[in-house]
Design a protein around this ligand. Structure first.
Ligand code: SF4
Length: 65
């Protein structure tokens, strides 16, 4: 695709289109008047986290030691 049609040289992270530089992706989810400063308030980050592991590649019944 021609570079002149991709002014920011990348695809949009929110929509199925090329980036047009609208900066919607940089707007705070909690305060639309604020540019994201990575404060993390929208992520509800806690001191701990748990993840469920469905499996580990390579540790199936055929290659146990
Ligand atoms: S600036 Fe706009 S078009 Fe570009 S990635 Fe962000 S939301 Fe998408």
């Amino acid at each position: 695709m021609a570079e002149e049609k991709r002014p920011h040289g990348q695809m949009c992270v929110l929509y199925d289109r090329e980036c047009i530089g609208c900066m919607e992706c940089e707007t705070c989810d909690l305060d639309p008047n604020k540019i994201c400063d990575n404060c993390g308030k929208c992520l509800d980050i806690r001191d701990y986290a748990a993840i469920k592991i469905d499996g580990i590649v390579g540790l199936d019944g055929n290659n146990k030691k």
